[in-house]
Design a protein around this ligand. Structure first.
Ligand code: GLA
Length: 389
């Protein structure tokens, strides 16, 4: 994990020499359950040991935030009362979460903040949720007597994406970053918000991410289009069944989807088909995990990749290639992780196949695309928290 002294030294140097309090929040992995969160389905994420770390201190002003992005060496000052907010995309997370925490009744005033991170950007590991959760945790502590509940902090992070960053995301990433626990994955029902922790210790296997280094970017991307497709299908189904309540695809059956197949068009139909299948796969994986049946976990991961690539169309040549190589190497399970359009694959690999797989994938990817993929080992870790007073 990042070194607290590194962040602290920059905070001291960059501002007035005083120290603040230090907060941290992680990125996440997701074993299975992709694009299901905004459809009211299930997800199966866990927080990781890659984090955003921020030092923060009230600066005595009414509403001036002085922010320094250590990794970018970029400084932005803005006023919370400015309705437009800052332009720099990283600063919009700070502005957005401050506004959302204010809406929750936290009397956020001016503060100084310096932050850094080792969550790879654009890798689909949710560096943005890590920022939101980290800053929310800090604001809750500094200005709110820690009165805001964890769920509200996660929702404030999601609202930041919706209202200030242009991504109509679901709740998975912020949930994982806030609620994560070391050594445990979490199965979240995104409709009821009930969740359970699942100890994850696949003896004889490793979980490894391979970053295609194709930068995934959700803002202004077809991510929101996918969500719109799903919502259109729900509207069609609801119109046919005025007696029932349909809020998301979670409320719809395979039969109901078939009923509207012709009227919704091929693209929306295949997208909805993926979502219904993915809901079943998460449940199958949970059962398999309890039984220690990693072969079934892996088969479902491959099926998810296939669906994300062919039906949901959020893959790219590089990710499909990584998936093919994993299959050829005998990797137990492999798939795109996160929103797609670049970023990582997540791979469940038998211990003895780990080295040969890593070597083969590096060699073949570099030969084909002229750039190295990055291997990211992850440890399932704790969620957002204060590190130091
Ligand atoms: C992004 C979003 C999440 C989720 C995933 C896809 O990470 O932020 O809400 O929709 O994509 O599963």
């Amino acid at each position: 994990m990042l070194d607290i002294e590194f962040v602290r030294s920059r905070f001291i140097k960059h501002f007035d020499g005083k120290t603040g309090k230090v907060y941290v929040a992680p990125g996440r992995i997701n074993l299975i359950g992709e694009h299901t969160d905004y459809n009211g389905g299930f997800v199966f994420p866990g927080a990781v040991d890659k984090v955003i770390m921020a030092e923060m201190r009230p600066n005595g002003t009414e509403d001036t935030v002085m922010a320094y992005a250590i990794d970018l060496k970029d400084r932005v000052d803005f006023k919370l009362s400015d309705p437009a907010g800052p332009r720099a995309s990283w600063a919009r997370y700070i502005y957005g979460i401050s506004k959302e925490m204010q809406k929750l009744g936290v009397p956020v005033k001016g503060y100084n903040i310096a932050f850094a991170g080792d969550v790879p950007l654009g890798a689909g590991m949710s560096s943005s949720a890590a920022m939101e959760s980290c800053f929310a945790c800090g604001l809750n502590d500094l200005f709110g007597d820690n009165k805001v509940e964890k769920w509200d902090m996660a929702l404030a992070g999601q609202a930041t994406e919706h209202n200030y960053c242009g991504v109509n995301c679901g709740i998975m990433d912020q949930f994982a970053s806030v609620f994560g626990q070391a050594g445990k994955l979490m199965r979240l029902d995104c409709r009821s918000r009930e969740f359970e922790y699942y100890p994850f210790n696949p003896v004889g296997y490793k979980l490894v991410l391979i970053n295609s280094c194709v930068k995934h970017e959700l803002a202004g991307s077809p991510y929101n289009d996918r969500r719109n497709s799903c919502e259109r299908v729900v509207e069609h189904i609801a119109a046919k069944h005025p007696e029932a309540k349909f809020e998301t695809l979670r409320d719809c059956t395979w039969e109901q989807l078939e009923e509207v197949k012709d009227e919704v068009g091929h693209e929306d139909y295949t997208r909805a088909k993926f979502v219904l299948g993915e809901k079943d796969r998460v449940l199958a994986v949970c059962d398999a995990l309890v039984k220690g049946d990693y072969e079934t976990v892996g088969q479902n991961m491959y099926a998810t990749h296939e669906g994300l690539s062919k039906d949901y169309e959020v893959s790219c040549e590089e990710l499909d290639f990584l998936n093919d190589v994993a299959k050829e190497c005998g990797v137990t399970g492999s798939r795109i992780m996160g929103g797609g359009f670049g970023g990582c694959t997540i791979n469940l690999v038998k211990d003895e196949l780990y080295e040969p797989f890593i070597n083969t994938v590096k060699e073949r990817y570099t030969a084909k695309f002229g750039k190295q993929p990055k291997v990211i080992d992850v440890v399932i870790s704790d969620g957002a928290r204060k590190l130091s007073d």
